[in-house]
Design a binder for this molecule. Structure first.
Ligand code: PAF
Length: 288
């Protein structure tokens, strides 16, 4: 497996691969790879000949007060995990390679405003514009046939699907199930920030989702009651501070009507760490 640092090197390598008929699969990441990312790479390796894992902590998606500077970075560890799971290339550009004019002089932005202002976007108003801009750029640089994203970041996945559709990117977006710890906590690079007592309370998020999903499967179709089911479970925790618990349509992210296509989404603070999670109303386990 090779590690490439520049857009030119990567394009040359992938042009050669495509010329010999090899399909390119992309796994965009910000590094600090864990079992959740490993499952994306496994899936990409099953469906592509060239599997490119991108490792880039994208400054455009962090607000000034967020954790950009301290975001975990471990390229050696990431490369080892990527290679073990079948990646053929790690693309790890510098910030100057991605944004040669500087992060404050990127004059082009890709945005899906109708899907980006609620839920995570309410707490992080510029976040998804930064995500869309870097993902669009990575798609242009890699030219993948398919790109693999986790359902863990459900709003991100929904927005990227819409961006791809609206802008006709020739990329199949493949959604991969959330990977969970044995106690139900969704794998996330930010779990590393939790203190032992915060980590001990973190399963409450998944318990809240599972309770609401079980209520839905038991026949409850009231958005208000499903939300209350989630907030009641969160209230059992002395540490978790709820930011939102919603039932939204899985394509439009609109709250209100509850159907089999609804998604239960939740976010809470554990000390200074925000955790988010989601499940389909049809799946209390939340792994599909
Ligand atoms: O999900 C992430 O890790 C990032 O938001 C992504 C998609 C790699 C864009 O920087």
């Amino acid at each position: 497996m090779r590690i490439l640092r520049t857009i030119t090197e990567l394009r040359d390598a992938l042009d050669a691969a495509r010329a010999s008929g090899r399909a390119v699969g992309a796994v965009p990441t910000m590094g600090a790879l864990h079992a959740g990312h490993a499952s994306l790479i496994d899936r990409a390796a099953a469906g592509s000949d060239e599997v490119v894992v991108t490792v880039f902590v994208n400054p455009l998606q962090f607000a000034a007060h967020e954790d950009l500077e301290v975001y975990p970075r471990d390229l050696d560890g990431d490369a080892a995990l990527a290679a073990d799971h079948g990646a053929t290339t790690v693309f790890a550009p510098s910030e100057a390679e991605m944004y040669p004019e500087g992060r404050d002089r990127v004059l082009t932005s890709v945005a899906v405003p109708a899907l980006s202002g609620s839920l995570e976007g309410a707490a992080r108003p510029t976040h998804f514009d930064g995500v869309c801009t870097v993902v669009a750029k990575l798609f242009n640089v890699l030219g993948p046939c398919s790109a693999y994203f986790g359902e863990k970041d459900f709003q991100q996945l929904t927005i990227i699907r819409r961006m791809v559709r609206d802008l006709s990117f020739p990329v199949a977006v493949v959604a991969c199930p959330t990977v969970r710890e044995p106690d139900g906590v969704a794998m996330s690079s930010r779990n590393a920030y939790l203190s032992p007592s915060e980590r001990a309370e973190a399963p409450v998020l998944h318990r809240a989702l599972a309770a609401a999903s079980a209520a839905y499967l038991g026949g409850d179709r009231s958005a208000v009651r499903l939300r209350t089911t989630m907030t009641d479970v969160i209230a059992e925790s002395t540490i978790a501070e709820l930011e939102y618990a919603e039932v939204v349509d899985s394509v439009t992210l609109e709250p209100g009507v509850v159907t089999d296509a609804s998604r239960l989404v939740i976010a809470a603070r554990f000390g200074s760490t925000r955790l988010l999670d989601n499940v389909s109303v049809l799946d209390p386990g939340g792994n599909a």
